[in-house]
Design a binder for this molecule. Structure first.
Ligand code: 3IX
Length: 240
């Protein structure tokens, strides 16, 4: 698997989603949060320079943040440690506040070489395969302690988050465009374990114009954990 294939996978037509022309790259690299003229809808092509964004150790930084979230979820600090942690977090937040930029340029969500595009909002997943003809994607997702629902199982909302993004990915493949979710139904068939690589498959059951009817499954080995039934609608140009 080559660089960037975590996100759009082998066989994807990069030109459909990634800024490839000089004009697109210029628009992507000069746009700012207040630059409405360059806003081309709810999603826009990604500047292919994203691999450099955030520095060479950005992926490691995100892994540490994810570990931090896991550790917070099950931590019970002493009062003294709580004082210390608050001071440390104030320092960290001041540092991060000094490097805030707009959503189109922040590495989180645009680093297509990292699991879940480096987006800590999403459970980490990697792309195993993209089948453009079938409008199907295969991913591996791992929920960790941060995603705990109860009794060592993933929170149902986190399962839906994974399905929303991976279903959105399949719909992009199936419709050749960026989609928004119309509806998303999840059937929880059995408990979804934490800290276990799970196989997710999402595919277009039917495409009707802008509408992609996406089905999906999440498996722990042979065991079916959850199923997806969603409608994703391709955005028109400029649509928010
Ligand atoms: C970034 C790219 C990087 C490159 C990588 C390459 C590949 C992968 C690329 C990207 C994908 C990756 C990840 C995906 C990322 C995110 C996925 C998650 C997306 C979301 O999480 S997004 C947030 C939640 N989402 C919303 O926030 C939507 C709010 N909403 C609206 O924005 C509008 O509602 C909209 C736009 C949905 C439709 O509005 P609209 O005006 O364009 O169209 P309209 O209403 O006419 O509907 C058209 C036809 O859909 C039918 N229809 C509509 N809704 C329906 C429903 N609920 N049930 C049954 N049918 C429905 C109508 O009945 C009509 O059907 P018909 O044409 O047959 O009459």
């Amino acid at each position: 698997m080559g660089v960037n294939t975590f996100y759009y996978g082998e066989g994807m037509n990069e030109a459909d989603f990634i800024a490839t022309t000089e004009d697109e790259r210029a628009a992507a690299s000069t746009a700012t949060a207040s630059d409405d003229n360059s806003h081309r809808g709810g999603f826009r092509p990604i500047d292919p320079a994203v691999g450099d964004r955030g520095g060479p150790r950005y992926g490691e930084f995100i892994e540490q943040v994810r570990l931090f979230m896991d550790n917070v979820r099950l931590a019970c600090p002493t009062p003294e440690m709580g004082d210390d942690l608050i001071d440390t977090l104030k320092d960290l937040n001041a540092k991060l506040a000094s490097v805030q930029i707009d959503e189109w340029h922040t590495p989180a969500g645009t680093r297509i070489d990292l699991p879940a595009r480096g987006n800590i909002t999403l459970p980490p997943f990697t792309v195993d395969n993209v089948d453009k003809d079938a409008g199907a994607v295969d991913m591996t997702v791992t929920f960790t302690n941060y995603h705990l629902g109860g009794n060592n199982a993933a929170h149902g909302g986190q399962v839906a988050v994974a399905f929303d993004d991976i279903g959105g990915y399949a719909s992009a493949v199936a419709t050749n465009g960026i989609c928004r979710t119309g509806y998303l139904k999840v059937d929880y068939r059995s408990v979804t374990p934490l800290n276990t690589p799970l196989k997710v498959r999402a595919w277009a059951d039917r495409v009707d114009g802008r509408k992609a009817f996406i089905k999906g499954t999440m498996h722990d080995g042979d065991r079916l954990c959850a199923e997806l039934d969603g409608l994703f609608i391709r955005l028109n140009p400029g649509q928010p």
